[in-house]
Design a protein around this ligand. Sequence first.
Ligand SMILES: *[C@@H]1O[C@H](CO)[C@@H](O)[C@H](O)[C@H]1NC(C)=O
Length: 809
Amino acid sequence: MTVTLRDVHCNTMANPRPSIIRIFHFVHIFMLILGSGIPYSLENEFVGNYSNSFLSHVPRLLSSKTTVLDLSLNNITGLQIKDFKSLPKLRVLKLSHNEIQYLDISVFKFNQNLEYLDLSHNKLWKISCHPLMNLTYLDLSFNEFEALPICEEFANMSQLDFLGLSATRIQKSDLLPICHLNLSHILLDLQRFHEKKEKLESLPVLSTKILQIIFPPNRAFSVQLDMSVNNVRELGLTNINLDDDKCSIFIDFLSKVMNNLRFLNLTLHNVEITWKCFVGILQFLWHKPLEYLFIYNLTLVEKINEEPFIYYETSLKGLKIELLTNKVYLFLQTYLYQIFSEMNIKMLTMSDTALLYMLCPSKPSPFQYLDFTNNLFTDNIFQGCRNLSLLQTLILQKNKLKHLSNIVHMTETMMSLKHLDLSQNSISYNADNSNCHWAESLLVLNLSSNELTDSVFRCLPPSITVLDLHRNKIRSIPKEMSSLETLQELNIAFNSLSDLPGCDTFSSLSRLVIRYNSVSRPSAHFFNSCQNIKSLHAGDNPFLCTCELREFSKNMATLSKRVVSGWPSSYKCAFPDSYKGTQLKDFHLSPLSCNLVLLIITISITGLVLMIVTIFLCIHFDLPWYLRMIFQWTQTRRRTRNISIDKLERTFQFHAFISYSELDSGWVKYELLPKLEDEDIRICLHERNFVPGKSIVENIINCIEKSHKSIFILSPNFIQSEWCHYELYFAHHKLFHEGSDNLILILLEPISQYTIPAKYHKLKALMAQRTYLEWPTEKSKQVLFWANIRAAFNMKLALVEEDNDTEIR
Ligand SMILES: *[C@@H]1O[C@H](CO)[C@@H](O)[C@H](O)[C@H]1NC(C)=O
């Protein structure tokens, strides 16, 4: 960044009226310099910022790279060569607001690059010179010099552009060295000026584009100077205190300064004046080559009477009065207003002037631009006024306007009105009142910061292109409003709209601002209907982050950065709580959770697949069989755990008795028995543990009673065998008798229910309960089968030794 010093020439407290661009540059450089407390470097600049650091002398050990050094607002009392000797690159030096009394410019003899030197607001009373050829900006204003601090050497400073001076008296000879220089800006601080008694001396003609003179404040104007300037385009005069007597001195001064000027802009700051003198000065200026007159901070004193004013031919284009204090309390308002309302100029601004009213011009007025910002105007302003037909811009910002229909009525006769600013009033619109004939020429309407509701849309100028409705009380845009086909810009921020408006009624809309409303679920309609949109700001709304919003975020993200303002930072979820504060850009939901059809399809497919897998498993791996076996295994384990071992040990000789059909004896002997006996399970077989001399039935009963459990091998063969049924009968009987479940049924081969004869209802009942263990033919399943059998005997029983009548074979 290069700092061009040309941009800095208005840095004085007493010059608050430079053009906006210059203020901008000034602020810019100001920030550049005051930005931080330590040296930092910018592109091309190395800035040392020691402003406001309580320094009493220039700091030592500054970097030799320093190009910009800010030492303003300190207590530095003097400067020495050695302070700046090591800073050959120094270009900008700010020493304003210090305590320096004496300046020897030769302290900068090693700083030949110095361009900008600000020594304003010090206590300088003496200066000795040394040529600084590159100096473009030298500010010595607001010091205590008696004579103008101008040396012979200044004559050679051809680069000089800005020169700030202060003095208590001015002599012809003092100005001679600079009168041939072509300066841009001279600031002459005459705050401590002493009037001289001698004869008025005519001063040499100076040449500058801007001349600013600060007169002594709080003192009746008495500066008598025969001063004339060339080329001045802007003349600024500050502190003008005039009563009726001194008025002529000031007019005299003005006429000398403005003697040979053309196209001048005159700015007067801090003017305290009688009405009569004020009108007198206006009248004087009215026929001078003046283009714009700006008066800032005007105070009217003493009295206001009717003053004649001759308006004919003037070169004045605009008068601007900002900040008026009227210290006259009793006067006829008309005297004040009439002077202004009859003015034959194009532009009139009277802002912060506490005016109650403004008259309608008595004949067709050339006013094109009227700005009455911050006054006390009410609805009766310009009612029925037919003489403002050239008026293009009317600014009534910050007044006391109330009813839209009255204002509409006011515009009816303003045939050329293009721009109407009604912002910051208390305007509301009552839809019952059907008067709504706006000036047809109206293009820009500012209704921001008022009390308007939805009904305002029933009363808008039909050819409007720019409409500002921000900060009102609008909740929705009525569907039945007549369409605004030419509307291009709509600012409706800070209202209570719940959705973005579509462009059906605003077919040309290209710029929409709808920040800070109540838009929680913006509809997609906006993007469908508003094809021409070039700029959209919909941030800072309380977005409800649900599926519906994804469409909106997607649309926003696809629109380019240029179109969407504030994206992504000011677009955040407000609801639900789980997403609160999340930026819309980061808010994602899976497509599944947002699409009902998709969700149903997915659930159905998943269900179907699960079903198929289950069926497959059932068919291929006999899943139900496994489940049944595992269930039984767990049941058995639970049961065996609950039995008191003590009691069992006293009662039984055998772990189990096996009942089977003779036809199944092969399986029993070769499969079952070996497996059981491997596990040390003692088995009572009636044919093996047969007690001679007892009947078969007795033997069977004996065997059953001495065994803890009874195992039945069920098969179609079993059903055929009578004996087996007896055995089952006894075992079951015992089971009921003792109340324990010690029956183990092994289904060796499937039995159909129907094949079981009706008389064996016990067997039928047991089969129905399906509490049997099925013998699987597949080898792989047999492991589980044996585990189940083992579980049934999972106990350590120390059984009673056999009786004598039991024989073991
Ligand atoms: C309307 O007036 C306000 C100030 O009251 C201003 O900030 C805004 O920019 C104006 N709008 C337009 C479109 O000029």
